[in-house]
Design a protein around this ligand. Structure first.
Ligand code: BYC
Length: 347
């Protein structure tokens, strides 16, 4: 238990320390641009990356770097927005007013993360409207994890613990991404995700220490979310198309498999505190490797879900398209209001 009586998530502090260290380095990088000859733009870009400085929107960058970033940041932004649906499903059925208020705030935070990320993508010369259109046309992806259903209240806990937990493990290294606007967005997002993980963990802790039926519900949720959470890290390294280039450009800092392993190693002691088991009979400590051996997720299933054939893909996209159409008047009203203020400011 922490001082405020809330169960603490083992390992959470360490990840937050990493975020704070990345934030300090980001500030230092902002003040120390490498003094290099800018007449050769390719060489200058390479020098910025090699010196662990940040590439900023005003800087020249290779077209493939810009496109790769747009792809990843847009996919990330779309994931945050689509990710509001599975948990949003439980807002009206949260078991108490307090739980409802917390869940509302959390889902609203996800919308905020989407906004930070769309704004970061816009610094690369695309508009949010274009990116949203690409999502709605099915031409850009969002995370596979949000194509699974939330069947019980315990799923809200499992998403917080496992999905937000996987998100943090994946995203803490992105705080050191070579592209400044993305790295800065990630710092803020990681701090909030850490809080989200804690609220999910606390829901599961309460259920796991409740009645036998509540405990069974918590275990069932963990059983269903474990492998989809492992799949969030992407295909195995040998099948990852973008990793090599992304790592050379210091967009990604660790490979998909490295981060998946880190997540498993983090979850095992957390599951012990919860008193819940992880649904993998092969899970055991490997003394030589200093890590847990585990059964990888079914990557054929991951590819099917990414291709649009998961349990909830159609439902998620239909809901998003409907919400976008129904929100048209809000966007028009906001644009008219902004235009009115622009003209009155000018006058
Ligand atoms: N789902 O070459 P690879 C959140 C695609 S939000 C769908 O390894 P990369 C949260 C991949 O895009 C969670 N697609 O790719 C929100 C590529 O296809 P394309 C989202 C996947 O980019 C609300 C192809 O497979 N987090 O946590 O090097 C509530 C080959 O993959 C997935 C982010 O977006 C997947 N799981 O590595 C709670 C983090 N995996 O684009 C929580 C930022 C792979 O060529 N993104 N693909 O058509 C990343 O870190 C990286 O993009 C990934 C994939 C690790 C996801």
């Amino acid at each position: 238990m922490s001082g405020d009586g809330v169960v603490e998530v083992p390992g959470r502090r360490g990840l937050l320390d990493e975020v704070e260290a990345a934030e300090a380095d980001l500030r230092a990088a902002a003040e120390a641009r490498p003094v290099a000859d800018q007449s050769d733009l390719t060489a200058y870009f390479a020098a910025v990356i090699a010196a662990d400085q940040k590439v900023e929107p005003r800087d020249w960058m290779p077209e493939a770097y810009r496109k790769g970033l747009i792809r990843q940041i847009a996919q990330h932004a779309h994931s945050e927005i689509i990710g509001m649906q599975p948990e949003g499903n439980w807002i009206t059925r949260a078991p108490s007013l307090k739980r409802k208020a917390i869940l509302l705030a959390k889902v609203q935070d996800e919308a905020g993360h989407g906004l930070y990320l769309y704004a970061a993508a816009e610094t690369l010369g695309v508009s949010r409207d274009e990116l949203v259109d690409l999502l709605l046309q099915g031409r850009q992806k969002y995370s596979s994890i949000f194509n699974y259903p939330t069947l019980t209240w315990a799923d809200v806990g499992a998403i917080g613990w496992l999905v937000d937990g996987a998100a943090i493990v994946n995203q803490v290294p992105l705080c050191r991404c070579s592209y400044g606007p993305y790295a800065r967005a990630m710092i803020r997002i990681c701090k909030e995700e850490s809080f989200h993980q804690r609220q999910g963990y606390e829901i599961l802790y309460t259920l796991a220490n409740g009645t036998p039926a509540q405990r069974a519900m918590a275990q069932d949720a963990v059983n269903r979310w474990w492998y989809p959470s492992l799949a969030m890290f992407g295909p195995p390294d040998r099948e990852s198309t973008h990793s090599e280039q992304s790592m050379a450009w210091k967009i990604k800092r660790f490979s998909n498999d490295e981060l998946r392993q880190r997540f498993v190693d983090m979850c095992v002691p957390q599951a012990e505190v919860l008193g819940l088991s992880l649904p993998d009979p092969a899970l055991r400590w490997n003394e030589q490797r200093g890590s847990y051996d585990f059964t990888p997720p079914d990557f054929d299933e991951l590819f099917r879900v990414i291709a649009g054939d998961g349990p909830c893909n159609r439902q998620r996209m239909a809901h998003r398209r409907r919400a976008h159409a129904e929100g048209a008047w809000v966007r028009e009203a906001a644009a008219a209001y902004a235009a009115k203020h622009r003209s009155s400011d000018a006058g």
